[in-house]
Design a binder for this molecule. Structure first.
Ligand SMILES: NC(=O)c1ccc[n+]([C@@H]2O[C@H](COP(=O)([O-])OP(=O)(O)OC[C@H]3O[C@@H](n4cnc5c(N)ncnc54)[C@H](OP(=O)(O)O)[C@@H]3O)[C@@H](O)[C@H]2O)c1
Length: 339
């Protein structure tokens, strides 16, 4: 019998208090939300448990994913080894009307946060949330009040760490002054580098970790999506300008270059995309999402792919000559980004 020795995934620390997690986490959203029909519950649980078996200790979900069902799946999947893993979830939305399936209204009033945390704890089958993010900045509620509410939850032992998502630098500073922020979660990848201008220097100064979402460019940077790809009618990418057919065609050169570069490194485009994010700072922990075990295995190997200084320079040079086409969000969702 041949025994395969697999090195455990390296660990990284988020924030000054040193929340230790695997260098790559698992984004669980796509199992129930955003990218077409939900994955069968048993399969979703098997995928999450496989990630744990392979050394992933950081799992990302949110109240709004489903809504609610993604937290249930994550909770059930992780309950046998709850103490070994870090669960991150998010508050900050509510149903916009009586139609409970359409959660488009922002809601971060302290009393709301203190109510909905109970639902998240229950669905996650846990008595404490390791990392509790505000999902989007709520312009109706001063961030100090939000930070104060999470501080109370930390003091009550219901939450361990505070996080923000897609917040701007002023919001981060104000929140951090009330309750130290452990991590900021925002979009960041080879084709969305805006956080480099202001966000990353601020996080470095304050000692806050960074959790990039959509590190695979919502799938595009893997090479699996082309001009002719047809998304399910419920797939969010149907309304994302960057995924409009003409922009997919215009952006194809990015993936062609990445795939050729990856071949030289004996790896895949997805692995280079993730390794590139990891190479930017030692306090960055991307959370790629997938519904497929073979993609999970492929993605996790990125933690062992080393990009040399020369590799990073070559990538830099190649991307300097590329103008990515299409906005990353439609206008109404851009307005939700807190900066
Ligand atoms: N804070 C926020 O506002 C926010 C927003 C978006 C996402 N997130 C979090 O970030 C996580 C990751 O972001 P994301 O899911 O938007 O984007 P992503 O990780 O960049 O890409 C996910 C997409 O890539 C595909 N994929 C993954 N690995 C692949 C591989 N090796 N080969 C081919 N295709 C592959 C997946 O499809 P398959 O399932 O077919 O593999 C899926 O369609 C989410 O799960 C969620 O937890 C947070």
């Amino acid at each position: 019998m041949q025994i395969m020795m697999v090195a455990p995934i390296k660990k990284r620390k988020l924030g000054k208090n040193g929340l230790e997690v695997s260098a790559l986490g698992l984004g669980c959203m796509g199992l129930n939300f955003g990218y077409g029909p939900a994955t069968d519950k048993k399969e979703a649980i098997a995928l999450i448990r496989k990630a744990h078996d392979m050394g992933v200790t950081f799992f990302d979900t949110a109240e709004i994913y489903g809504p609610l069902t993604n937290e249930e799946v994550v909770g059930e999947a992780l309950s046998p080894f709850r103490k070994e893993v870090v669960i991150a979830t998010k508050f900050g939305f509510k149903p916009a009307s009586k139609d409970e399936t359409h959660w488009s209204a922002l809601e971060s009033r302290p009393e709301h946060i203190k109510t909905v945390v109970e639902g998240s704890l229950k669905r996650l089958k846990t008595d404490v949330i390791d990392l509790y993010y505000q999902h989007r900045v709520d312009p109706q509620v001063p961030i100090e009040e939000v930070a104060g509410a999470v501080k109370d939850l930390i003091q009550a032992g219901k939450v361990k760490h505070f996080g923000l998502s897609e917040a701007g630098v002023q919001t981060i500073r104000r929140a951090h002054a009330v309750q130290p922020v452990t991590a900021l979660q925002s979009e960041y990848s080879m084709w969305w580098r805006e956080p480099e201008a202001e966000i990353l220097p601020t996080l470095e100064e304050l000692g806050i970790g960074f959790v990039p979402f959509s590190p695979l460019g919502k799938g595009f940077l893997t090479g699996a999506i082309h001009q002719d790809t047809k998304f399910d009618k419920t797939d969010f990418r149907n309304v994302v300008p960057r995924f409009a057919e003409e922009n997919r065609k215009a952006n194809q050169g990015i993936v062609d270059w990445l795939t050729a570069f990856a071949r030289k490194k004996n790896s895949t485009a997805a692995q280079v995309a993730l390794s590139w994010v990891l190479a930017q700072k030692p306090w960055i922990v991307p959370i790629p999402g997938t519904t497929k075990i073979h993609c999970l295995e492929e993605n996790l190997q990125a933690a062992d792919l080393i990009l040399t200084k020369e590799d990073l320079h070559e990538i830099e040079q190649a991307f300097a000559g590329i103008q990515v086409q299409g906005a990353r969000y439609p206008q109404h969702l851009m307005e939700r980004v807190g900066r």
